[in-house]
Ligand binder design. Sequence first.
Ligand code: NDP
Length: 294
Amino acid sequence: MTDNAPVSAPLTLLGTGAMGTALARAWLAAGHPVTVWNRTPARAEALAAEGATVARTAAEAVAANRLVVACLLDDASVGEALEEAVLSGRDLVNLTTGTPAQARARAAWAGARGARYLDGGIMAVPPMIGDPDSGGYVFYSGSAQAFEEHRDTLAVPAGTRYAGKDPGFAALHDVALLSAMYGMFAGITHAFALIRREDIAPEEFAPLLTDWLTAMAPAAHQTAAHLASGDYTQGVVSTLAMQVAGTATLLRTAEEQGVSPQLLTPFLELMRRRLAAGHGDEDTTGVVDLLATR
Ligand code: NDP
C-alpha cells in the first residue's frame, strides 16, 4: 500500500453467526480492519485466520472502533451483549432484526449512552452478502449524519437504502416487504395445491406462475397512486364488483380440486366487505383502509 492509498475504515462487528460471518468476510475482503466478538468464541475463530481481530469481550470490541455493527439474534441479545460496553462517542449500527418499536427504543437507549444510532433491515441472505450483483441491500434509518459518514463502509457488504430519520423505518420497510413476500408465498402455495393431484408437471407450471406474478406486481404502483390521491377509482380496469363476482369461481374450483380455501378466503372476505360498503367501482385499494384500523 502506498502512502496515498485510501485507508479502509476500521470497524467492530458483534455477532459472528451466519449473517455476521458473511458481513465480516465482505469487509475483510475489501481491506477493512475488523474487530469481531461473538458470545461463543469458537464461532469467531475462523475469522481470525482470515485477518479479523477477535476481542474477548463485547466491551473490548466496542472500545476498539468508533463504528460498531451488531448482528445478533434479536433485540434482547443486543441489550445483553452491550450491557457492560461504553457506548459514548460510538456509532452503533444495529442490523439485528426487530420491530419498529424495538428499534425506536434501542435508538433512545443508545442515545442516552452517548452513541449515534442507525438501525438496519437486511434484505438479503448470507450468500448474497459481498456480491454486488446479488441485488441484496440493507435499509438504514436513524442518524443521517452517521449514515453519511459510514456510507462507503456500509456499502461494502450490500447496497444501502436510507429509509429516514425515524429509527423505526428500516424495520418497518423490512417487515412490510417480508409481509408482502408471505402473501406471495401463500398465493404460490394455493396455486400448487390446485394442480397437485393432476397430471401437470410442477416444473412446467412454475415458470407460468413466476411470469404471471411478475406481470401483476406493478399493481402496487396503482395502489400507491390511489392512496396518494385519495381517489381509489382512478384508472381502475378491473372493478371490485367484477373481481368479487369472479371469486366465486376461485372458491368453487378450490372445492372441485379438494383444496382448502383457507389461504384465499381472508382476502376475499375483505374485498366483499369493501364492496358491501358501496365501493364496487374501486379495485382492491380500499382493503388497505379496512386493515389499517388505527
Ligand atoms: P445466527 O443464529 O446464525 O446467529 C445468531 C447470533 O446471535 C450468534 O452470533 C449468537 O451467538 C448471537 N446471540 C444469540 N443470543 C445472544 C445473546 N443473548 N447474547 C449475545 N449474542 C447472542 O443468526 P444470523 O447470523 O443468521 O442472524 C443474525 C441477525 O441477522 C438476526 O437478527 C437475523 O434475523 C438477521 N438476518 C438474517 C438473515 C439470514 O438469512 N441469516 C437474513 C436477514 C436478516 P452464539 O454463536 O454465541 O450463539
